[in-house]
Design a protein around this ligand. Structure first.
Ligand code: HEM
Length: 416
């Protein structure tokens, strides 16, 4: 740590995450520690044509949470909530697609979130469990039919949220691969193995928005027992077409990839830690709630979110001006010893676990219970039906500074 100096440190360099150290969850924990201790609030310049010019980097848990909670001082509705240049400074030419709830504040945000929250009540959630279990069984069946090593990311962690979310949203089965293909593009704009340029990302955003509208029309004509049909029935007339497109794209984008990412980092870490794997196997018939929380903490599927100051603010002796952007580095906050006992330890029974991976303010993740349920059920099915899960090669991380995706994770499963 003593050898790091600020000019060398850019905690949002996509390459740091692409070449992350598996023994520290793929995260630059030494860089985060240095920043939390020495520079808890500083200006990070990017000099990258794909990113905005600069942000105030906020790395401590307390400060990050305070910003996330205070939407009057820290707006989500002035530009995008990450550091991409596209959509922030260079709006894409597209006739429609209003900002989704994630980039709204105040009454507009409450109206958009209110309409969708009908679909996330405890009753709806209880109804999902049987369906999710059926999907998890199918996914594990298919994985166990593979003779030899398989790629956990694409053969286990991807199909689970793809089926679960596809079903929740009412995406016809035949369209699911196409639908989540756009999402992959969206989620990895910097990784040339996945995407060749921002024009491809732009095309995926447009395709997703067009499809969102088709889907809305389909579920208006043919309602089912899915989220969209519920939202249409409960909130008809309350959202414009543009708002619908934006919110469906948000759901598609935020919900599937993040769950896949958590499962992939989670299994990887479990294979590295036989004691925790054994602890979990003993509880495989009903996995405790603390497990998904710890997996989401170490994965931090979205490494950061960005807000814009609505007035001048002073923080740690620095003057942040109205209009300046501040980056809440969730990945650093999640390892802050001021908030967590032994934060670098992987502890599936950690309680309390005040991680910020789902956010903790007015925008806090609407689907956090859905994601946690998917993770719990998939792990239960997988652990009950295997007696061993071993690495069959190295993990390969996606090179990105926002989504903490895993590109591949070769494993061998041994049937129980
Ligand atoms: C492990 C999986 C997931 C993670 C880590 C995650 C993380 C997040 C984060 C960090 C935010 C923004 C919080 C903030 O700004 O304070 C968010 C918002 C949101 N998430 Fe998730 N999410 C996950 C899964 C899901 C799922 C499965 C759904 C839906 C089925 C979902 C729906 C949403 C929605 C609608 C919002 C916007 C809420 C608002 O702006 O009011 N997420 N999520």
């Amino acid at each position: 740590v003593a050898t790091l100096s600020l000019p060398d440190v850019n905690p949002l360099d996509p390459v740091i995450y692409g070449t992350g150290d598996p023994s520290t969850y793929g995260l630059p924990l030494d860089v985060y520690k240095y920043l939390r201790e020495e520079k808890p609030c500083y200006v990070q310049e990017f000099g990258n044509p794909l990113l905005i010019d600069r942000v105030w980097m906020i790395t401590r848990h307390e400060d990050t949470w305070a910003i996330d909670r205070d939407s009057e001082t820290w707006a989500a509705n002035r530009g995008l909530v990450n550091t991409w240049r596209i959509l922030n400074i260079d709006p894409i030419e597209y006739p429609g697609g209003k900002p989704a709830m994630l980039t709204l504040d105040g009454p507009e945000h409450r109206r958009n979130r209110g309409v969708f929250s009908h679909a996330f009540t405890p009753n709806v959630l209880a109804g999902l469990e049987t369906k999710f279990r059926a999907f998890a069984k199918q996914v594990v069946d298919a994985a166990l039919r593979v003779d030899g090593p398989l790629d956990f990311v694409h053969q286990v962690a991807n199909p689970m949220p793809m089926q679960a979310l596809g079903d929740m949203l009412g995406v016809p089965e035949a369209d699911r691969a196409k639908f989540f293909g756009w999402v992959d593009t969206f989620a990895s704009p910097f990784d040339t193995r996945v995407v060749t340029g921002m024009d491809q990302v732009e095309a995926a955003i447009k395709d997703l928005m067009d499809y969102a509208l088709e889907l809305w029309d389909l579920r208006t004509r043919e309602p089912g027992d899915d989220l969209l049909s519920t939202v249409i029935a409960g909130g008809e007339g309350q959202l414009s077409q543009d708002e619908i497109m934006g919110n469906i794209s948000l759901l598609a984008n935020g919900a599937a990839e993040s769950t896949r990412t958590t499962l992939s980092h989670g299994i990887h870490q479990l294979m590295r830690d036989p004691d925790q794997m054994a602890w979990l196997r003993e509880r495989a018939d009903d996995i405790p709630v603390t497990v998904a929380q710890e997996l989401v903490r170490i994965a931090t599927p979205f490494a950061h979110f960005v807000r814009t100051a609505t007035k001048d603010v002073e923080l740690h002796g620095q003057r942040i001006k109205e209009g300046d952007r501040a980056c809440m580095l969730f990945a650093s906050a999640n390892f802050d010893p001021q908030a967590f006992d032994e934060p670098e330890r992987f502890d599936l029974s950690r309680d309390p676990n005040p991680h910020l991976s789902f956010g903790r303010g007015p925008h806090s993740c609407l689907g956090k219970h859905v994601a946690s349920l998917e993770i719990k059920i998939l792990l239960e099915e997988l652990l009950q039906r295997t007696k061993d899960i071993r690495p069959a090669g190295d993990i390969s991380y996606i090179s990105d500074n926002f989504s903490r995706g895993v590109y591949s994770l070769p494993v061998t499963l041994t049937k129980a």
